[in-house]
Write a protein that binds this ligand. Structure first.
Ligand SMILES: [Zn+2]
Length: 458
C-alpha cells in the first residue's frame, strides 16, 4: 500500500479544500463533553465512515472519575434595558461558559460582573471557558464588549439543561490481517474551535475514509471522543483490548500555519516515535520532536503508567503556546486548506511506514552479491541512481533479520520510501526474504521484536 502516492494525485489545494469544507460544516455546532452537539458531530462523521456510537450513562464510574450529567443548550443572552441582546449565543456559541447551569433573571451590572470572562490583552476576541466539574454559569465576551456595558439592570438568560443523560463517543474499527491495532484518537468536545478540535477530527475522518475497505496489515481504531473524560471512559471500558494497541497517535491542532510538533510517547523510543520522526524528516516540512510530558491532550490518559501505551501526539503549534488558543480567533480562517492537506499527507506517510515496516534477511550474506550481473548496479554518476544503489547496499548489509526497514532508513539517512522500494527490488531478485511475522493469535511477532525464521523466498 502506498497511501501517500495516491494522495499526490490531488493537489494540496483540492485536498485541503475538501478537508476545510468538512471542518466548516461542523463549525457552528455547540459541542461539549456531553450532549447533542457531540451527537450531531458524530452523525456527520458517521455519514462518511463506519462509526459505532456508544452512550455511557451519567454516574458511571470510570477509574477515579464519574461520567458527568449531560449538558444541552438552546439559547443564551444578556439583554440591556431596551431589550436588545448585547451578548448573544446565537451569534457565537463561545459566549456561554461551556456547561453553564440554567438561569433566567434580572441583575445589576455589579452582580453580573464576576460572571463575565474576557481577554484584556486581546480586546476583540472572545475566550473559550468551561466549568465541567463545578456547577456554575457565566458569559464569555470580548473585552471591548464588556467595557461598553453601562450601569443598569440586565436580563440574563441561559436556556440550558444539566441532567441525567449520557456521554457519547464514536469508534471506527477497520479490521486488518492482524488483530494488532493502530489507534488514532482525537477530541471532539470543543465548540466552534477550528484548530484545537476540528482540524484533528477532519484529518482523522479523511484518513479513516481512505483506509476503509483496504487490505491492511494492522487493524485501525479511530476514536472520536470528548477530551479527558472521553479517553478515560473509553479506556475504562476497554482495559483488556488496549493491549492490542501497537502504535497510537493523538491528532490535534494540525490546521494552522506552523511547523509540526510531535510529542513522543511515554517510553520515548516506541516504533511510533521512530516512525513519526522518519516521516517528518522525509516530509521536508519544518518540525520539532518533543519529549513526553504528563500535560497535554489525551496521550496523558493513554500514557498513564497503568496503560503506558505507545501513543504520541501530532500537533502543529503546541497547546497553550499560541495567542489564538482557546479563543474565538481559533476559527475557520486560522486553519488553512494547504496545512490540513499537508497534515493528512504526514498521517498517510505514517500509515505507509507502519504498514510496510518489516525485517528482511539477506539471502546472499557472504560478501556483497554481484549486483551488476542482475542489472542492479549502474554507475552513471547520476545522483538518484547512486542513492538507489546506496539504499540497496544498506539493505543488504543490515538485513540480518533484526534491523527493520525503519531502522535502516534511520541509520542510512535515506528516506523510508527509498529503502522500501529498494527492498522490493532486492526481494524480486531473490536477494532478500521477509522475516515471517504472523505469530499465534493473529499478533505480529516482528513488531514485538521476536525473530522468526525465513519462510518465504521472493
Ligand atoms: Zn482545547
Amino acid at each position: 500500500m502506498r497511501l501517500l502516492k495516491e494522495l499526490e494525485q490531488k493537489t494540496a489545494m483540492e485536498l485541503g479544500e475538501e478537508l476545510h469544507r468538512f471542518a466548516a460544516n461542523l463549525s457552528l455546532i455547540c459541542r461539549s463533553i456531553t450532549g447533542d452537539g457531540l451527537r450531531q458531530t458524530l452523525a456527520a462523521i458517521q455519514s462518511r465512515i463506519p462509526l459505532e456510537i456508544s452512550e455511557v450513562p451519567t454516574g458511571t464510574q470510570v477509574f477515579d472519575w464519574t461520567v458527568p450529567k449531560e449538558w444541552n443548550i438552546r439559547d443564551a443572552y444578556i439583554k440591556d434595558a431596551s431589550g436588545k441582546r448585547i451578548v448573544d449565543f446565537q451569534t457565537c456559541n463561545l459566549h456561554v461558559l461551556n456547561y453553564s447551569t440554567p438561569i433566567h433573571t434580572t441583575m445589576s451590572l455589579r452582580e453580573l460582573w464576576p460572571r463575565l470572562f474576557t481577554i484584556p490583552e486581546r480586546p476583540e476576541w472572545i475566550p473559550y471557558r468551561t466549568s465541567y466539574y463545578q456547577e456554575s454559569w457565566g458569559f464569555c465576551l470580548s473585552h471591548n464588549q464588556m467595557q461598553a456595558l453601562v450601569e443598569g439592570e440586565y436580563e440574563v438568560c441561559i436556556d440550558s439543561t444539566l441532567t441525567q443523560g449520557h456521554l457519547t463517543y464514536g469508534e471506527c474499527y477497520l479490521a486488518g490481517r492482524s488483530t494488532d491495532e493502530v489507534l488514532i484518537s482525537c477530541h471532539i468536545c470543543h465548540p466552534s474551535l477550528a484548530n484545537d478540535n476540528l482540524s484533528g477530527l477532519t484529518v482523522a475522518t479523511e484518513l479513516a475514509e481512505l483506509l476503509a475497505g483496504r487490505d491492511l496489515r494492522y487493524s485501525y481504531r479511530f476514536l472520536f471522543i470528548p477530551g479527558t473524560i472521553g479517553a478515560i471512559t473509553w479506556l475504562s471500558r476497554n482495559c483488556e483490548n488496549v493491549r492490542r494497541i501497537r502504535h497510537g497517535l493523538v491528532l490535534t491542532g494540525i490546521g494552522n500555519e506552523s511547523g509540526f510538533h510531535y510529542k513522543k510517547s511515554r517510553s520515548g523510543n516506541a516504533e511510533i516515535d521512530k516512525a513519526m520522526a522518519q516521516v517528518l524528516r522525509d516530509s521536508g516540512a519544518a518540525y520539532e520532536l518533543l519529549e513526553f510530558s504528563p500535560y497535554g491532550y489525551d496521550e496523558r490518559q493513554y500514557c498513564s503508567p497503568g496503560f503506558n501505551l505507545p501513543v504520541g501526539c501530532l500537533m502543529r503549534t503546541v497547546w497553550g503556546t499560541f495567542p489564538e488558543y482557546h479563543t474565538s480567533a481559533d476559527n475557520l480562517d486560522f486553519i488553512k486548506p494547504d496545512r490540513l492537506a499537508e497534515s493528512l499527507r504526514v498521517c498517510a506517510s505514517l500509515v505507509d511506514v507502519l504498514e510496510n515496516n518489516r525485517r528482511y534477511r539477506n539471502l546472499s550474506p557472504y560478501c556483497e552479491p554481484q549486483l551488476g550481473k542482475r542489472g542492479l548496479y549502474r554507475s552513471t554518476g547520476d545522483q538518484a541512481i547512486e542513492a538507489e544503489i546506496n539504499a540497496r547496499l544498506w539493505l543488504l548489509n543490515l538485513s540480518d533479520g533484526e534491523h527493520s526497514l525503519l531502522a535502516i532508513a534511520e541509520r542510512s539517512g535515506l528516506s523510508f520510501e527509498m529503502i522500501r522500494d529498494a527492498a522490493e527490488v532486492l526481494r524480486e531478485n531473490g536477494l532478500l526474504a521477509p522475516v515471517s511475522e504472523l505469530g499465534t493469535n493473529g499478533s505480529l511477532d516482528a513488531a514485538a521484536g521476536n525473530i522468526a525464521e525465513v519462510t518465504s523466498r521472493g
